[in-house]
Unconditional design. Structure first.
Length: 135
């Protein structure tokens, strides 16, 4: 019922690098996002903050502003990807990570966070998109 496909063989293909930023709304909008991370013990990790040109992006850990420092261009293959890194200390228990972004220029707004550390630090962590419920 089907035509002869002819010669079939493998060919090389490239996999696009994952863009780890969330895409939000257009210019002139304020967006908030939060996630919760459970650490069984106080844990030091590197936070890789990701954004793009012209938004006002603020990060918070447990209600306190994180001074990310200056964002720099990243040769990631994605348009307008900026990144800053900082070592932070998660406390034992639940930690709230939040951002506030206002885009006054190039839209849509994009923001991302990558937690970096050794496997023995990362595997015990638990993530939640909802606030932890009291027992």
């Amino acid at each position: 019922y089907w035509n002869d496909p002819g010669e079939v063989r493998w060919r090389e293909a490239n996999i696009a690098e994952l863009d780890t930023r969330v895409i939000l709304g257009g210019g002139g909008q304020v967006w908030y996002a939060a996630a919760w991370v459970f650490a069984p013990a106080a844990t030091e990790l590197e936070f890789e903050f990701q954004g793009h040109p012209q938004p006002f992006l603020r990060w918070f850990l447990n209600g306190e502003k994180i001074e990310t420092g200056k964002y720099a261009d990243v040769p990631s293959g994605h348009d307008n990807c900026l990144m800053a890194s900082k070592t932070v200390q998660l406390r034992q228990g639940w930690n709230q990570i939040m951002f506030r972004i206002y885009c006054c220029g190039y839209s849509p707004s994009r923001a991302g966070l990558v937690l970096k550390g050794s496997p023995d630090k990362l595997w015990p962590l638990k993530l939640s998109a909802e606030p932890p419920q009291p027992k």
